[in-house]
Design a protein around this ligand. Sequence first.
Ligand SMILES: Nc1ncnc2c1ncn2[C@@H]1O[C@H](COP(=O)(O)OP(=O)(O)O)[C@@H](O)[C@H]1O
Ligand code: SF4
Ligand SMILES: [Mg+2]
Length: 321
Amino acid sequence: MDEKLLEIEDLCVEFPTEKGKIRPVDRVSLEIRTGTITGLVGESGCGKSMTARAVMNLIKKPGKMTGGRILLEGRDLGQMGAKERRLLQGREISMIFQDPMSSLNPVMKAGKQVDEVIRLHEGTDAGEARRRTIEMFAAVGIPDPERRYDAYPHELSGGLRQRVMIAMAMICKPKLLIADEPTTALDVTVEAQILELMEKLREGGTSILLISHNLGVIARMCEDVYVMYAGKIVEHAEIGTLFADPAHPYTKGLLRAVTSLQEETALLETIPGNVPQLYELPQGCRFSNRCAFATERCRADEPALRDLGGRECACFLEDRA
Ligand SMILES: Nc1ncnc2c1ncn2[C@@H]1O[C@H](COP(=O)(O)OP(=O)(O)O)[C@@H](O)[C@H]1O
Ligand code: SF4
Ligand SMILES: [Mg+2]
């Protein structure tokens, strides 16, 4: 299948700050083909969550989407009325957030919150909704699901809350699931369970945008991968190409880090320095202050994302051969 489910075109998100206007998402374009899992990878602070929030129309003020379009099956989400867009969310697009508390209602029982999603979108009766919720709780690895159905979010551990939210996002089998670091807070056994569940959802027709700082998880799940750095997409390729022959020095650094068990430490060793603050980006290529291949040209001009035949990459290295 080669149809496009989601198209993000030239997306910009801006925030006014004391130090001036910043652009955590800067002309980002990204496509998700129907029935595929697409990865979005990059270190913390690169703009991955902000990109996802823009799709969900959940950019927190004073930030806002200042440019670009987001299309779902060709329908421009920005042109929809508020009611239409709300309905679409939950039924056609749902999201697993990095922070579970931001999407759970603290004064409502966990099970009821998942029930509500089913009843709202499918008109199912209460008994059937409860049965399906408990079944889903079990599927996402919640022990003793009947008891947990009646628990309030604050009575659950962080890992359990994360699983309740995953259950809520998956229950209606959306067309698009955005999973933002879905397993970061979970141990490896539960992580494997959740990833397996996402794979099953995909087989059932759901397309997934999987956001992670962990290329290992991305490699296991995705067909197509976008690498993001300081608000920009710097490389895009099929997973096989990206792993066998990464083109961008940033991607190369991320890949070197994957092989280490202590990923965070490895990242610092393989890519020295940090993601720059957005109000003090280096001139030219945003990666130039950390890149071993940087030249004067890199410090003066910003490389555009270019099609290199089978991949896209934003780096001047390709011109030097
Ligand atoms: N409320 C905010 N105001 C200003 N800047 C913000 C705000 N929230 C996030 N940012 C900045 O936006 C950038 C991208 O953040 P985010 O999308 O959360 O990154 P990621 O998900 O890749 O870790 C970061 O540099 C962060 O500092
Ligand atoms: S453009 Fe230059 S500084 Fe930027 S990643 Fe490529 S080689 Fe490094
Ligand atoms: Mg994030």
